[in-house]
Each structure stands twice: as structure tokens, then as C-alpha cells.
Write a protein of this length. Structure first.
Lengths: 551, 521
């Protein structure tokens, strides 16, 4: 019977021991206790206690400051280990706004791995520090961002015109210089979201004319219209997040909206990206991913080669540089949405969601970069991606020289039914007529002008039967037996047939289109038969039969 | 006048003295009043200690030495009760911080986990004690079965035990939803769908619109069509109020019947087997104060009649040491597990993103495996057959041989082994066949559902087990042998199906050798 007594003794001692272990773990071994133990302020050691930033409006209670104490309310003087350093100065003071609203992660957690979100089942891990500015996208919608090249030009213009002499932007400029030039003008880091005086130029000019010496005289000079437009573009984008703007400019040069929607604008081919930055790592398939299992790495690898990360992906391989991959990843991470109370919703977001203001600049180059380059390539050179029909080179002079602006406008507006080209004028979240017009103008800028041959729209009177035979033997290999398109474009397309002139077909068949697989059939070629002008006309007559046959 | 004053003074003085004396002796008299009958030093006061105490008086004052052998019970019943007490205490502590509303439930668990002092520890203990309780209650039932302890006069207590098993599973299941994370949400969705499984029959008959018992059960369980705020408050109330009260009530009856049915079952010749007690206490050193007239109205044989008191020892302290030791051991196990592994908490429940695979709590995964063959049979049919079979055992087996002995009765240990091999073999063969070749639906896509409901791996397995048991009844010429065969097969089936459901079923309930092979991970 006494063995029960010993069992009782041993198990009681065991329980006692474990309770002591639990107490030690709870009271001495927690990471934040060790971090805080090293903390000092002007009055000496700081109290070791759980700390948090609570913001009821944002629904955050962030205990991150239990380790990052210096960012807690009223603790800005605490120093100690590397963790106990102050946040770099930002508009949104972390001691008021908390941490997770910008950086993501798990605010309620008090352990490092849990808090940073590098754990199973936490759907919103911290944004990688090098992409921190992506956090701005949680609330802000950067508006009016141009494509990459224009943004670079706009930024250079600001520097070239020496605006930095007086104005500070993102910590640069706005200093009185030893040579007497420069002064402290308004900080323009957030001019894009806080708005600025749009009459600035007239006022600057007046000051310049009145001044006889000093910065107003020496550092300012008249600015031409083009530069002023570039400056306006630049100022519209300033929101103290230059890297994010740069990232968005790359996005606006890569043509992603051609297939994807963001905030209701864009094509329907691909996934809606509006909340892509909140992608839950638990729902991501990491099976085919080399490298770390992080959201950022998945996105980066996916940009490098979509089909090797997502089996069966219909996204073309875009041939991006490492810099572009990084910036696009950052922009993707910025596509986040938090349900904000009205008082916290910034003006730019209101302008975008309530008033339908575009999140990209309105010039033709940006529109083309935002919507078209994904498929048609930068400068409209076309794109070939393994396993997909090639995307036409629309800036080819062989196309632009043979088609009118109406043809281009109509084809963009109505798209190519059955193919991946959507009807941009009819699509929900598509382009406005004004925007389509700008794209056509831009195409003419990078391509060639229309050179009409003076013939009427429909002038061919040939025998379609002969054309049918020729089409079956020569054309159907690329364009399909019914003209439905295989490797080459679909020719039975109603929009194409309705808008293209007979001359367009004859010239394209006869002379080909440079930059594509379509070679001219009038010239002899070792690998394919040569066609006579009459034969070409009969083929065109055959193409026209589809117009009547299939409605 | 002066004499009177003098007397008064003296009286005053004596009262003060008395007051002082009383104050000094208060601790002793407090103990005397707390423990009626004084310190338990003699057998008599030990007896008073037991029957004079509200908590102890459910125990007999003397306990048979057979009951105190570790191998008799392995302490499983007390361990189950200990686990219940642990969940009760930690559960009440958790209630201080837990908020049963979908908007804040998850956040409050996060707070308990990360901020509330000892919150994580308490939640871990609660979770582990809950699981320990499910395991020990099953093992306790197995112990009672294999020692044939369900026989007369304990038939009814076997039924009480089954009720406790069901309530324990109910407690664990209702607690599963409370964290309101993905795991909880989808496990309860699966559980509720199992409750709606009669719809398989009513759908096949086309009468669901008019008569829908499955949908009714589901609606009663969830209070709504889907798992939502109504379900959460329902589960919360069941978990913290209704089921604990029901459990406490049945436990009281269960304990009471253990005592009244003559303590733990033991072989008729237990005294002879134990031999003479080594340190025999002088028995009844004093004339007992109590008369035993009360014994006359107790039905049946009183435990002491016909058995020499030398086979028994005072419950205080021998039984209480044993019980306390089991309690502390259970506590040790729960606390140790709590320090080793945190209770799971996945992401916030999201009705729009189903878990794949969505799995019920582990003890229902055997059922879920059966449900994957046929919802009705897995969810209602086979569990009903099993419960009915278990409940009938004490009323069908009226033999006497082997009571109180492990694997007692005809066949003995050898039959238990044979049944184990048969039980494992049958379930493994049927499962392997289904996993390798599929079942009727894969071969004949248009086969009526009722055929599959009737003929599926689950019903075939039940049939095989049943046939084997009948065969055992015949071979050993004993109902007990048949019961032993059936119960062993039931345990094997439960174990294998649960393991397959837990470890080898992946997305869309497809078989995988390891979660590493799951697509998308």
C-alpha cells in the first residue's frame, strides 16, 4: 500500500517542479523581458512590463512595443540594445498609430516569431523591411503615377531645375548653401497627398522678377511648359514613399492591368490583384518554389517565371530584370486594404474609390504602359511566351502604316472576341474613350502614320472559292482551318473583318508584317509558296465570306 | 451592594478569562468541528473521518485490498474524474477572459495566449486535460469491460458510464468551436454535417422537403443554417453550463452506484488470492458508536457480509493516498504536456475559405472516415449499432466466470489476442481495398445511393465483426466470449479508422502516406 504513498509524493513533487518551471518561463524567460531588462532612460532602468499601442479607430492593439519599447507612447528616450532604437521620423507616429497598420504582422503577439508573423496560421506576416514603404498602400492609393521613363524624367526635371535649392523632398534639399543660394522653402515630401498651391509658378515668377539678389534671383528661373508638366507629374506623386512610387511606375510600365484588375480597373483575364498584398502564406502553394517560403519570395519567383511557380499559369513570362522584379514585388505587397473608419481614410483613397480618379497618370505612354505592354511588349514590339500564341507587334510600321486611327480605336474598343484581347471600351473597369484616343496617339508616336492607298474600303471582286483552297493549303497552318487562329491571329474575327480594309489584308499578305512570323507572300521564300496578286485578292475575298457566314 | 459589585467584578473577570481560554483553543476546536470525530488515528476515527465528510462519504469506510492493486483499475476512473476537475478549474479561469461572440472570441483567445498572466499555460492545461479525459474515459470503459465488471449488480452503472462517455465527447466537441479559428470553424461544420447525415436517406427517398430529421438535428445544434453567432453561443452555453452540470449529475450517480453495487468488482476468491494481510490493523479497536440497523434496509448483500474484514483496509488513508496519487499523476501529465505543446490556434475563422481537408476533432475522425463511405451509416447507423451493442452487453452476458479478472471468462487472454488480430485484420483489409480500388460509386457512377448506404465498407466491417462475434459465441459456447470478441473488434476499428482519418487523409479526403505529399504543401 505504501507504494501509493510514494507515487503521490513523486507526482506531487513533479507537479510542483513543473509549476515552478512554468513560473520561471512566464516571469523570467520571455523575450520581451530580456529586451526590456537592458533598457535605460534618463531616470535609469525602465519598468519591465507588457506594453502596447492601442488605436481603437484602426482596431489595433500592437504589443510590438513590448520589445521595441522606444516606439511606445512617452518612451522615446529609452536606449539599450539594437531593438531599443527610435523609429525614423515619419508622419504617422508609431506610438499613436501602432505598428501593424503599416508593417503588418501579428500585433497581439508577444513572442518574436509570432509577432513578426513567421509562424504557421498567421495570414498576414510582416512586410519585409526592405519593402516597408509597401505598407503605405494599406490606406493610401498613390494617384497619377506615370510610367517609369516619364517618372524618371519628372524626377530629373525637379533636380535639374534645382528645386532642391529651396525645397526639401524626402529629406533632401532645402538648405541655405554656403554660396548664398537656396533657402528653406516648404517641404514638398507629401505635396501629392496634401495638395499644393497650383498657382505656384505665377507666384514664383513674380517673386523672381521683384527680387534683385538672393535665392529668388539666383536659384529660380523661368520654366517652360514641358518642364512644368513634368514637375506637376512629379509633385502629384510625392507622398514620402519614393520607392513605392518607383515600384508603381514599374507596375505602370509592365502592362499588368491588361489582364488584372486593381480596385475595379483592368482586364478580367487574370486574378483580381486589389488585395494581392494580403496574400495568406497558408494558402500559397510553395511546392514549386526555390528559396524561402515567404510571400515576397513567392511573388518574386512568380514574376521571374510564372509557369514554373504556378503550374498551368496563363501569365506570359515577362523577362524582367532583378530590379523590376523587386519593385513589382514591393508594389504587390502594397496592394492591401484595411477597413478604415471614415476619419482615417486618406484623401487619395477617397479620390480613387469615391470619385473614380485614376491611379495612373493620364498620358498615352503611361496608359500604354499600364494596359498594353504586358502582352504587346514595351514599345509595342509584341511578345512571344512559350506555350502561348504570340502577341502581335502592334507598333510595327507594317500595321500602323496600313490602318487608320478608326481601325485602331475600334479594335481597342471592341477587342478581339475569342482571343485574349478584351473589348476595352465595353469592359467594366476598362478604358474611357478619351484614354483609348490617347493610346492611339501614342501608338502613332512610337510607330508610323497611316499611309492610305486611296482605294475604297472594299474593292476586291475575286473568286472566294479559289481563295478557300489557297487558305486551306497555305494559311490554315498558322491561322486555323476556320480562321480561328492558332499560332497566328484569328482572321474570322468579326471586329477585325468589320474594321480592316481590303487594302490592309492585301498588303499584309503580300508584304508581311515585320517583327512577326508573317512574311510577305509576294516575295519568293524557300520555305513557303509564292502568291500572285490575284491569288492574294481571292484569299481576301474568301476571308470576307466569314463576315457574312458567321454572325 | 458592595458584595453584588464584587461578584459582578468577579464574574466579569471570569468571563474575560473564559474568553481568553476560548480564543486560545479556537484552532483546535475549529479542527474538531471541521473534522467530525477527531483526527483519524484509530480505525474508529478513520471511519468517522470517511462517513462524516461530505466529500468522502461516497466511499466505503473500508476498502478491499483487491481494489487497491494497481492492476485492478490502473486508476483510470479516478484519472478521468481528475481530468474533469482540472478542466473545470482551468475552464472557470478561462471564462474570465473568453468572450463568446464571433467578433471578439478569436481576439480574446489571442489575449489569453499572449497577454493574460499564465493564460497560455491555463489554456494549454485545459486543452490537454480535455484530451486526456477523452482518452482515459475510453480506457476506463475498456478496463470495466475486460474485467467483466459490468455484470450483475453493476449493469446499470455500465449504462451510466456510457452516458458519461457521450457527455465527455460532447464537452470536448462543444469546446472545440470556442476559439473561433479556421480549425474550430470547419471542424464544427463537419461535425454538424455528420448530425445532418440522415438526409442521405431522406434525399434518396426524395422526402427531405417533407421530413428532414437530419436537417432538424443540424438546426438544433447550430441554431442556424451555418456555423455562426448562434452556434457559438449555443456551444458556449453547452460547454460551460449544461454539459458540466449533466456530467456532474451522472458522475454522482456513477460513484454512488459503485459504492452501492458493492465497490469494485473482484473475483469471488479474491481474499484467498491475496493471502493474509501483512500489516493487519486491529479491527474495530473500539465498540462502534453507530448501530448497523441501517444496513437492514440496504438491498442485497452488504459488502462486509460473508467476507472477513481481514481482506479490507481502512479507506483513510489507503484509498485516499491511491486516489490522490492518481489525481496528482493526471495533473503531472497535463501540466507536462501543457509545457511541451501549445494548444492549436489557426487563423481567424473565415466562412469563405474552407479548410481542405476539413477535419472533425480527432475522436470523431473514425466516424468521419465512415461518413466518407456513407453519411447516414457513418453518422447515425453504425454509431447507433455500436451504442446499442455496448448497452446490451451487461444484459446479455449473465455468466459468472471471470468477474473481476482481466480477460476473465471463456477464451480468456487468448481470445482477446485472436479478436485483436481479427479486428485489425478486417479493418485494414477493407480500408486497403477501398483505398486501392475505390468503391461502388467509382465503378458504377449511376448506382442508387440507397445501395451504397446499405453496402459500404463501414457496414461490411460491422457485419464482419458481428459475424465473428456470433461465431465466437458458438465456438466458446459463451455470450461473454462473443462480447469480448465484439468489444475488441470495436476498439480495433475505432483505433485504425481514427488513425487513418487523422494521419493519412489529405485534401478531398484522399489517402496520402504523409502530409508532405499533399498537393500544395
Amino acid at each position: 500500500m505504501s507504494k501509493n504513498k510514494y507515487l503521490l509524493l513523486i507526482s506531487s513533487l513533479g507537479v510542483l517542479l513543473l509549476l515552478v518551471a512554468a513560473a520561471v518561463q512566464e516571469n523570467f524567460l520571455r523575450e520581451w523581458r530580456r529586451v526590456q531588462a537592458g533598457g535605460r532612460n534618463e531616470e535609469g532602468a525602465i519598468a519591465v512590463q507588457l506594453r502596447q499601442v492601442v488605436n481603437p479607430g484602426l482596431k489595433t492593439s500592437d504589443r510590438c512595443v513590448s520589445c521595441h519599447v522606444t516606439m511606445a507612447p512617452g518612451e522615446s528616450t529609452v536606449t539599450g540594445s539594437k531593438l531599443l532604437t527610435a523609429h525614423k521620423p515619419v508622419v504617422h507616429d508609431p506610438s499613436e498609430w501602432g505598428c501593424t497598420v503599416c508593417h503588418a504582422g501579428q500585433g497581439q503577439a508577444t513572442d518574436r516569431a509570432d509577432a513578426h508573423g513567421d509562424v504557421h496560421f498567421w495570414p498576414d506576416p510582416m512586410i519585409e523591411p526592405r519593402f516597408s514603404q509597401a505598407g503605405c498602400g494599406t490606406c493610401h492609393a498613390p494617384l497619377g503615377v506615370p510610367e517609369e521613363e516619364r517618372l524618371a524624367r519628372a524626377r530629373n526635371t525637379f533636380a535639374r531645375l534645382d528645386c532642391y535649392a529651396c525645397h526639401k523632398v524626402d529629406g533632401r534639399g532645402g538648405m541655405t548653401r554656403p554660396d548664398g543660394g537656396g533657402m528653406e522653402g516648404p517641404d514638398l515630401s507629401r505635396a501629392g497627398i496634401n495638395d499644393y498651391d497650383h498657382d505656384w509658378y505665377a507666384k514664383h515668377l513674380q517673386q523672381h522678377q521683384q527680387a534683385t539678389t538672393g535665392p529668388w534671383r539666383n536659384s529660380f528661373a523661368a520654366v517652360n511648359d514641358l518642364d512644368r508638366a513634368l514637375l506637376a507629374d512629379y509633385l502629384a506623386t510625392t507622398m514620402a514613399a519614393p520607392k513605392l512610387i518607383e515600384a508603381k511606375a514599374v507596375f505602370n510600365s509592365t502592362g499588368c492591368l491588361g489582364c488584372h484588375k486593381v480596385s475595379g480597373v483592368g482586364g478580367d483575364e487574370g486574378m483580381d490583384l486589389t488585395r494581392e498584398g494580403e496574400k495568406d502564406p497558408g494558402q500559397i502553394n510553395f511546392a514549386h518554389l526555390a528559396g524561402g517560403h515567404t510571400v515576397e519570395n513567392w511573388m518574386a519567383e512568380h514574376f521571374r517565371s510564372p509557369v514554373s511557380v504556378v503550374v498551368g499559369s496563363q501569365m506570359p513570362s515577362l523577362g524582367l530584370s532583378d530590379r523590376e522584379v523587386d519593385l513589382l514585388t514591393m508594389y504587390m505587397r502594397s496592394l492591401r486594404r484595411k477597413d478604415l473608419p471614415a476619419s482615417f481614410t486618406p484623401k487619395d483613397r477617397v479620390r480613387a474609390t469615391r470619385f473614380g480618379e485614376r491611379e495612373f497618370a493620364g498620358d498615352g505612354a503611361t496608359l500604354f504602359g499600364t494596359f498594353c505592354t504586358g502582352c504587346h511588349g514595351g514599345n509595342g514590339v509584341g511578345r512571344r511566351s512559350p506555350g502561348m500564341p504570340s502577341f502581335p507587334a502592334i507598333a510595327s510600321p507594317d500595321l500602323l502604316g496600313r490602318v487608320s486611327d478608326d481601325f485602331l480605336t475600334e479594335n481597342i474598343t471592341k477587342g478581339r472576341p475569342g482571343r485574349r484581347m478584351p473589348a476595352w471600351g465595353e469592359l467594366t473597369g476598362g478604358l474611357k474613350p478619351e484614354e483609348i484616343r490617347k493610346i492611339v496617339v501614342y501608338l502613332r508616336e512610337i510607330g508610323a502614320a497611316y499611309q492610305p492607298d486611296g482605294k475604297p474600303v472594299r474593292w476586291i471582286k475575286a473568286d472566294p472559292e479559289q481563295g478557300k483552297k489557297l487558305f486551306a493549303s497555305i494559311c490554315s497552318g498558322c491561322h486555323g482551318s476556320q480562321g480561328q487562329g492558332i499560332e497566328g491571329p484569328a482572321l474570322n474575327n468579326k471586329v477585325l473583318l468589320a474594321t480592316a480594309t481590303d487594302s490592309y489584308f492585301v498588303q499584309t499578305i503580300g508584304q508581311g508584317r515585320r517583327g512577326t512570323a508573317m512574311l510577305g507572300f509576294l516575295e519568293p521564300h524557300p520555305s513557303r509558296p509564292t502568291l500572285s496578286q490575284a491569288e492574294i485578292e481571292s484569299i481576301v475575298a474568301f476571308l470576307r465570306t466569314w463576315e457574312r457566314g458567321k454572325k | 451592594m458592595s458584595v453584588a459589585t464584587e461578584e459582578k467584578k468577579e464574574q466579569r473577570g471570569s468571563a474575560l478569562r473564559e474568553f481568553w481560554q476560548n480564543l486560545k483553543s479556537t484552532p483546535k476546536s475549529f479542527l474538531d468541528t471541521a473534522f467530525r470525530g477527531g483526527a483519524p488515528r484509530t480505525d474508529r476515527t478513520r471511519s468517522t473521518f470517511v462517513f462524516g465528510n461530505v466529500f468522502f462519504h461516497l466511499h466505503s469506510v473500508r476498502t478491499h485490498r483487491w481494489s487497491l492493486r494497481w492492476t485492478t483499475t490502473w486508476g483510470l476512473g479516478i484519472a478521468t474524474f481528475a481530468a474533469f476537475l482540472i478542466t473545470l478549474i482551468t475552464g472557470v479561469l478561462l471564462m474570465f477572459y473568453y468572450k463568446p461572440s464571433p467578433d471578439v472570441a478569436y481576439q480574446s483567445i489571442k489575449d489569453i495566449h499572449f497577454v493574460v498572466p499564465t493564460g497560455r499555460f491555463m489554456r494549454n492545461i485545459h486543452r490537454w486535460a480535455g484530451n486526456v479525459m477523452v482518452i482515459t474515459v475510453i480506457l476506463h470503459m475498456a478496463r470495466a469491460f475486460y474485467t467483466a465488471a459490468y455484470r450483475k449488480p453493476r449493469q446499470f452503472n455500465w449504462l451510466m458510464g456510457m452516458a458519461l462517455l457521450v457527455v465527455t465527447l460532447g464537452l470536448s466537441f462543444t469546446g472545440y468551436l470556442l476559439p473561433w479559428d479556421q480549425l474550430a470553424y470547419w471542424a464544427i461544420t463537419i461535425g454538424a454535417n455528420i448530425a445532418a447525415s440522415p438526409q442521405e436517406i431522406t434525399n434518396a427517398l426524395g422526402i427531405t422537403q417533407h421530413f428532414d430529421p437530419g436537417g432538424m438535428q443540424r438546426l438544433i445544434l447550430l441554431g442556424s443554417d451555418t456555423v455562426g453567432p448562434e452556434a457559438l453561443i449555443r456551444f458556449y452555453l453547452l460547454h460551460v453550463m449544461i454539459l458540466p452540470l449533466v456530467l456532474a449529475l451522472i458522475v454522482a450517480v456513477h460513484f454512488w452506484r459503485v459504492r452501492k453495487d458493492g465497490g469494485l468488482a473482484r473475483p469471488a476468491d479474491a481474499d484467498r488470492r491475496l493471502g493474509p494481510a501483512k500489516d493487519t490493523y486491529p479491527i474495530f479497536t473500539e465498540q462502534p458508536k453507530k448501530t448497523y440497523q441501517l444496513a437492514a434496509i440496504v438491498r442485497g448483500r452488504t459488502p462486509a457480509v460473508g467476507n472477513g474484514p481481514e481482506g479490507t483496509v481502512p479507506s483513510m488513508p489507503h484509498l485516499f493516498y491511491a486516489e490522490l496519487a492518481v489525481l496528482m499523476l493526471t495533473m503531472l501529465i497535463c501540466v507536462a504536456l501543457a509545457l511541451i505543446a501549445d494548444a492549436p490556434l489557426k487563423e481567424l475563422a473565415n466562412p469563405g475559405v474552407p479548410e481542405n481537408p476539413a477535419k472533425a476533432p480527432w475522436y470523431f475522425l473514425g466516424l468521419q472516415e465512415l461518413v466518407s463511405f456513407s453519411a447516414f451509416m457513418g453518422g447515425i447507423g453504425i454509431p447507433a449499432i455500436v451504442l446499442l451493442g455496448l448497452g446490451l452487453i451487461p444484459y446479455l452476458d449473465r455468466e459468472a466466470a471471470g468477474t473481476g479478472e482481466w480477460f476473465g471468462g471463456p477464451g480468456g487472454k487468448k481470445l482477446a489476442w485472436r479478436s485483436l488480430w481479427f479486428g485489425l485484420g478486417a479493418v485494414l483489409i477493407i480500408e486497403s481495398f477501398v483505398i486501392r480500388f475505390g468503391w461502388l460509386r467509382e465503378w458504377f457512377p449511376h448506382i442508387p445511393q440507397l445501395v451504397i448506404t446499405a453496402i459500404n465498407p463501414g457496414t461490411l466491417l460491422t457485419l464482419a465483426y458481428g459475424a465473428y462475434s456470433v461465431w465466437c459465441v458458438k465456438k466458446y459456447n459463451s455470450t461473454r466470449a462473443g462480447a469480448m470478441a465484439l468489444f475488441t473488434c470495436f476498439l480495433c476499428g475505432f483505433l485504425v479508422l481514427t488513425v487513418i482519418g487523422t494521419y493519412f487523409r489529405g485534401p478531398n479526403w484522399v489517402f496520402y502516406w504523409s502530409p508532405a505529399d499533399w498537393p500544395g504543401h
